[in-house]
Structure formats: structure tokens, C-alpha cells
Design a protein around this ligand. Structure first.
Ligand code: FES
Ligand SMILES: [Fe+2]
Length: 402
């Protein structure tokens, strides 16, 4: 029986994660390297949650469609003729071919490449050429077209993000994301506009993302962005300026700008993100379980959607959002570049060490190699800094042990 985490990694390892943080160990190395553990996560965790699938702006017009793999499952996202986004399993009902192989624009219907069955943008089966010898394949009435449409996946759009829920009974998305809005002080996400994306693959387990939701590493890993420890901790009292917090499915490193000293910040000339009257301006990098980060800086939101591909492989799609016209105007091109350089590095290379993200990826890939060692099981957390990863590990176990 390998239907629980403890059946794979042992009851002692699970019990160690369940300890109060002062005594706890993190998930053991096998949780990062074992194919069996990865499959369990897909089945009992990733497919039971709202998974971020893509940015809404990637399929802007009716007939635009995107094939994706989410939680290991092939899906189609499409904007139908009413402008609504729909999700379907990308599996032909005839013999199981993937119906859509690449992103398309202006589609009127999907045509399966194998025997040319045609499906409408709402998934309905329209034709099955010569299935019964007739041109449309359905004229003799042998084929029950109602029963063989594309299989829908529960799907919702929340601001700029498209989420899917394979299990179909995750709580409403508003509930899932309520702590996010709270951590962001209701910043006006809707006023932001999509400016584009970059994509990478890194050779590490997807859980490195949540494991990294702490400030402790900032000054050591992100030199030049987080310049000195006193940006993160009050050297007099040992209190953190931005307390790591977690609630529901969200981890944050929220910083109240008015009281906290600022890390190195390059002026961009970009308009600031609007906040409601009376709400304090904050910055807040947030990780929303299981696979999306939404990072609020002063003048932009960046967001990475992660897809766990294998125990040691993850893809990342990072989108950038700026206020209104600043997302696309020539006037703000230089400001956008400055803002993006902070994350991506001026070289825009995953292998450079010049931006927050490629700096993190290097660390994650190195940790992944170390996870192969017999010395990698007994990891401990700093109770001051690392409550978030401890909470994350427990959250995963809540699902895997159920
Ligand atoms: S498998 Fe799609 S038409 Fe045959
Ligand atoms: Fe980092």
C-alpha cells in the first residue's frame, strides 16, 4: 500500500514533520526524489486543489486555445465564442489521441489529428468522419454524440489567472484566495495589465518553491537586491521587519513599507499599484498552494505558475503586470526593463546569477542534488524565520495522509 506519505517515507519521518517547529524536521529527502511520492502528490494533493493553469491574457480572443499539462494531465484551455474560458481533458473520445497539439488562434472547432473527429469550442462532438460510412459519421445515428464530447474540467478565471480543479470539489476560489487579498491589503489587482512572460525549466522538485518562502536566505543568495541583514531584521531586538505569515493555502513575506526599512530598490518611474483608501501600502511576495506565486512589489505584480513535471523537474512560466497603460507604453519601456531585471537579471538567462529568480533556481538545483545523499533527511527550521516551509510541509501531509 503506497496510498499515504507514511507508507512511502515511514511513520517516523511523517511524525517528525508534525512536531512543533522547534523540534520538527522537514519532509525527508525521498519526498523530493521518489517517483512514487511524486505520483502520490499528483493524485492526492495537486489534483485536489485549485491549480493555476495559465494567464488569462494568453488566450485573449474567441477561438484562442492552449494545450497544457497541469498536474501531469493534458488539458485544453479555450476561449469559446461567448468569450468564456473553458477547460477540457485533451483526450479524444474516439481512441484517446491528444486533440490539440499546439497553441491556436481563431479556431472554430478542434479537429483530432488521428481520425479527424471534430469538437466545438464548448467540447461538443460535431463530426466523426466516415465512422458509419457517411461524410459526417453521425448521419445514421449510430454514434451518440451527446455522450462523446470532450470531458470538461472545472475551471475558473480570477483576475489574470485561470485555475482548474480536477477533483471538482475544491472550495470556491474566493475562499481559496481570501488570505491572499488580506495579505495584499486589497491592492487593486484588476487595474494591472499583462505585459508578457518568460518560461524556464529547472532541475529541482516543485516543493522548493514553498520551501523558499522565507527571508533568511535573502541577503546571502540575492546580493545586490537584499543588501544587508538589517533590511530584514531589527538588529537591536532580533525582530523581523516583514514577518513570514501563512493562512489557508497562502504563504506570504508581507512587508509594511511605512515601518520597514527598504531593501535596495531601483527607481523605475512606473506608476504605483493602487490601494483602497485607508489601506496601508505593502509589498507582499505570496505563494499560493500548490503552484502559483503572486508577488506584489511597489509598481508591478509578477507571477510564476509552476508545473511539477517529475520529482526533479519543474517548469516555470513567469508573467509581469503593470498598472494600466504602463504595461505596454513606449514611455515606460525602460521602467519595465528595470523592474524585470530585478527578477530575471539583465542577461535574461537562467544560468546567469544576476536576478532573484535565477539565483533561487541555482540554489534549488543544488539542493536537489544534495537530496540524493543519505545525510539529507534531518533538516531543521529556524522558528524565527522558517515557519512558512514548516506549515507547507504539514499542509501537504494533511492531504497525503488523509
Ligand atoms: S483518436 Fe481522435 S479521431 Fe480517432
Ligand atoms: Fe529567494
Amino acid at each position: 500500500m503506497t496510498d499515504t506519505a507514511s507508507a512511502i517515507v515511514g511513520e517516523n519521518a511523517v511524525a517528525a514533520v508534525r512536531q512543533p517547529i522547534e523540534k520538527a524536521w522537514g519532509l525527508p529527502a525521498a519526498a523530493y526524489t521518489s517517483e512514487e511520492f511524486f505520483r502520490l502528490e499528483q493524485r492526492k494533493y495537486l489534483r485536489k486543489m485549485w491549480m493555476a493553469a495559465t494567464f488569462e491574457a494568453e488566450i485573449p480572443e474567441p477561438g484562442d486555445a492552449l494545450p497544457l499539462i497541469v498536474a501531469g494531465l493534458p488539458i485544453i484551455l479555450v476561449r469559446n465564442s461567448n468569450g468564456e474560458i473553458k477547460a477540457f481533458h485533451n483526450v479524444c473520445r474516439h481512441r484517446g489521441m491528444m486533440v490539440l497539439g499546439e497553441p491556436c488562434q481563431g479556431l472554430k472547432q478542434f479537429t483530432c489529428p488521428y481520425h479527424a473527429w471534430g469538437y466545438g469550442l464548448d467540447g461538443e462532438l460535431i463530426r466523426a468522419p466516415f465512422f458509419d460510412g457517411t461524410p459526417t459519421g453521425i448521419e445514421k445515428g449510430d454514434l451518440d454524440t451527446d455522450a462523446y464530447g470532450l470531458v470538461p474540467v472545472r475551471c475558473t478565471v480570477w483576475h489574470h489567472w485561470v485555475f482548474v480543479d480536477f477533483g471538482g470539489d475544491a472550495p470556491p476560489i474566493e475562499e481559496h484566495l481570501a488570505p491572499l487579498l488580506e495579505f495584499m491589503n486589497d491592492a487593486d489587482i484588476g487595474a494591472m495589465r499583462y505585459a508578457g512572460k518568460v518560461e524556464w525549466e529547472f532541475q529541482a522538485n516543485w516543493k522548493m518553491v514553498g520551501d523558499n518562502w522565507e527571508n533568511y536566505h535573502h541577503v546571502y543568495v540575492h546580493g545586490g537586491v537584499f543588501a544587508k541583514m538589517s533590511d530584514d531584521i531589527d538588529m537591536e531586538t532580533s525582530e523581523l521587519w516583514s514577518k513570514p505569515q501563512h493562512k489557508g493555502s497562502v504563504l506570504t513575506l508581507r512587508r509594511r513599507i511605512e515601518i520597514a526599512p527598504s531593501y535596495t530598490y531601483k527607481e523605475t518611474g512606473l506608476p504605483l499599484i493602487p490601494f483602497p483608501e485607508g489601506k496601508e501600502r505593502v509589498t507582499a511576495p505570496n505563494f499560493i498552494f500548490p503552484n502559483v506565486e503572486i508577488d506584489l512589489v511597489r509598481d508591478n505584480i509578477s507571477s510564476i505558475i509552476y508545473e511539477p513535471v517529475a520529482p526533479d523537474r519543474t517548469t516555470a512560466k513567469m508573467g509581469f503586470f503593470f498598472l494600466g497603460g504602463a504595461a505596454t507604453s513606449q514611455e515606460h519601456a525602460e521602467g519595465r526593463k528595470t523592474a524585470m531585471d530585478r527578477w530575471l537579471g539583465p542577461e535574461r538567462s537562467k544560468d546567469a546569477n544576476d536576478g532573484v529568480r535565477n539565483q533561487d533556481f541555482r540554489i534549488w538545483e543544488a539542493i536537489q542534488i544534495a537530496k540524493g545523499s543519505p545525510a539529507a533527511d534531518a533538516n531543521i527550521f529556524s522558528p524565527l524565520w522558517e515557519g512558512n516551509p514548516h506549515y507547507f510541509h504539514n499542509h501537504i501531509l494533511d492531504y497525503l495522509e488523509a
